[in-house]
Design a protein around this ligand. Sequence first.
Ligand code: NAD
Length: 480
Amino acid sequence: MSEQTQFDVIVIGAGPAGYHAAIRAAQLGRKVACIDAALGKDGKPALGGTCLRVGCIPSKALLDSSRQFHNLQHLFGEHGITANDAKIDVGTMIGRKDKIVKQFTGGIEMLFKANKVKPYFGFATLHANRRVVVKQHDGSEVELSAANVILAAGSDSIELPFAKFDGETIVDNVGALDFTQVPKRLAVIGAGVIGLELGSVWKRLGAEVTILEAMPDFLAAADAEVARTAAREFKKQGLDIRLGAKVSAAEIIGKDQERQVRISFQDKFGEQSITVDKLLVAVGRRAATRGLLAEDSGVKLNERGQIEVDEHCHTGVDGVWAVGDCVRGPMLAHKGFEEGIAVAELIAGLPGHVNFDTIPWVIYTEPEIAWVGKTEQQLKDAGVPYKAGSFPFAANGRAVAMLEPAGFVKILAHAETDRVLGMHLVGANVSELVHEGVLTMEFSGSADDLARICHAHPSLSEVIHDAAMAVDKRAIHKAN
Ligand code: NAD
């Protein structure tokens, strides 16, 4: 006999989109349950979704460890600091990462407690009339129902049919966060966000890294000038990125400690093959909807397998909403945060809303890459008249003092109104700097507004100030 429980709001999934929805709904006085099936590395339930367990947070921990190691070996000498025989203990590095993950997944549990969100640990399926059946980890079943259900089931890695994940030699992001030693040779399929970030981690620790990208253009979603600069910097670092590479096979050879992968691919030089110790497949993610929707739920999927929603994240089924990676739009944790909050507010009768035009993108490589708004190509394609102003980090005192002169900031503004339409950055700390662009665009600001805002000297943010001045060819620190 299953226990029956009634809530105002049930959230399926405690990742970025789900936990934001649950907490905001609880703040607004709703009785909320949030269900998640995931287990942590210790086999215990872990809230926080891909982002906290095996995505944003652990990858940033490893990016930071590997950056320190790389700088110790390659940059500190310029400061006059030498350390002989630098070593990295991979176990300690992974242990630090696991501790951070535990701190943050545990943090969500504490936030749920503080906000009186009732967690359920198990796999949930939505049935008709907002009935949710949860198969709990102890084998028991519980049936919940609510006036509103928010689906926030997230996404799974896409597997290639010829390169099945085995968790050891052929891995996705989860496996690549847990190598027990630095692989001598690592191949990555997909030069997207995960491929570049995790490829950078293991490259900095000493692996030979080859990235095989099917598309002929590098980082096609980014501004072309940003992508070119980033590609040049990655090449200098020794990341071997092969564009237009069509992988046809990945065959495991050897046994136990000797296991390797032989990868066959074709590019402009013809048929090729490389043999590596580990293969990371990072060719995108797809909505995680398997088992989520009973036949009578009424919720529809679109042609890409995502849950169909309108602009308010409503599925069309009375009281059923969907947010985050399992619906259309970029698969970014912060996009999920905003959708989760917006839906909780809509349920409470408030005007919840997400502005898709000002969602920032960040790739945490070295240098970092970030953007918000339209690229030059998008403006050209749409026939929008624009002016561009850019400024290099190499002419910024703070960046040079930090030994981080690579990259630039480019601001695109409407040719007639001067309204900022896009900001594109590659360089030091641009993951933080991009928010000047987000704020300006959110407030419909102009390049002149940015140019007239006093920026502290010396600071990296002055690059934005100079780029804004360059829009009208009045940058002080470069020839216009
Ligand atoms: P992605 O879409 O960023 O990149 C996948 C890349 O693989 C693309 O360049 C694509 O052309 C290439 N590709 C696809 N099939 C291929 C094939 N058969 N052979 C060679 N190349 C192929 O996807 P991802 O890197 O797997 O990341 C998944 C999602 O997670 C993305 O939506 C990303 O935005 C998100 N994510 C974001 C961050 C961040 O915000 N910093 C970090 C990690 C992941």
